[in-house]
Write a protein that binds this ligand. Sequence first.
Ligand code: HGY
Ligand code: MN
Ligand code: MN
Ligand code: MN
Length: 419
Amino acid sequence: MSARRSGSGSLAAFDAMWSDLESVGQARSGGYRRFAWTAEDHTLREWFAGECARRGLELTTDRVGNQWGWWWDGPGTVDDAVAAGRRAVVTGSHLDSVPDGGAFDGPLGVVSALAAVDRLREAGVRPQVPVAVTNFVDEEGARFGIACAGSRVLTGQLDPARALALTDADGTTYAEALRAAGRDPDDLGPDPQTLARVGAFVELHVEQGRALVDLGAPVAVASDIWPHGRWRFDFPGEANHAGTTRLQDRRDAMLGYADLVLGARHVATQRGCVATVGKVHVTPGGVNAIPSHVTGWLDARGADEEQVVATVAELTARGEEMGATVTRESWTPTTRFDQGLSERLRRVLDRDAEVSAPVLGTGAGHDAGILATAGVPSTMLFVRNPTGVSHSPAEHAEAADCHAGVAALADCLRDLTTG
Ligand code: HGY
Ligand code: MN
Ligand code: MN
Ligand code: MN
């Protein structure tokens, strides 16, 4: 999307914010590398704080490092409003990316949330409950391996001690990364006080598929998130010379890994799931050295939870036959969004639309799913992606659809905070 200036205040603000972010963490490929608690993340967090200040949103940072910009013009403080039963309507997403990720996955939800606040103010809307915009840290888990780490720790779904011990490819621990980012690792933990402020959460996100293209609609409402998880397969071997070692004397760890990669495709196809091994680490990693250890990370998902579980069980048995040690790194069961909330937002979107807003499930995990699992009434809005591709520089959303997403989100926030 070219960040051309278009539309009035809120849409011009959207374009300006988009233009601010475009170069942060961008590689020559056009993809993004915005990992948690890195210099790029710091730039993005400073940007978010600046945008909140520009709007007079009270910026808080919870015990995990998630950022929240609060808007409340009513009597007293946000906590006074919450104590009086007026829990906040919250919207937002994440700013971090996968390696060589797209521009929209995450940032579209944060920028649209800020522009939606602008749009409500343009229309003179005075919310009857507090509104907040969030930036959840480490949603992709690209650096330390656990997706939605920020919202999982916030809601008590990831043990802080486990998080602090996670290490990145350089061996830097989560604790060291927090310290380097100026945060106290001892502070990391669930934040029930912040969570108690949240009455409903709506996350706008670029669609990570082609349903909206095929349905000819710019915006959809979410129904559920497929069950999905990550498993680590450690294959042992024996380092030796690639040229002088007889084949029958080799213990080549790569063979187990290769069986996992092809097995994942075969078993998932048979069971109607999806699976990939998108990350591998080889020791010692020399072309002329037989691998002594190979770690492969499996990502498996599907609409039918039983079949996903069976797929992983079958691959685990195959891997263990090849000598692997298998560790489950994360698991998210089927997540159903709040049907009442989704239906209410769909009615809002249908008010001025010729085409009724589709209701879509997704195979992608999201912070909204983690909050829903924690009992926060949550749902999502998806914005059309003409390529249908995500977690890649090819991910895309047209300016007109981004603006339609801002308008849709603003209408939904208006309904939820004044209806
Ligand atoms: O992996 C996911 O589904 C999400 O993009 N973190
Ligand atoms: Mn474009
Ligand atoms: Mn993603
Ligand atoms: Mn995302």
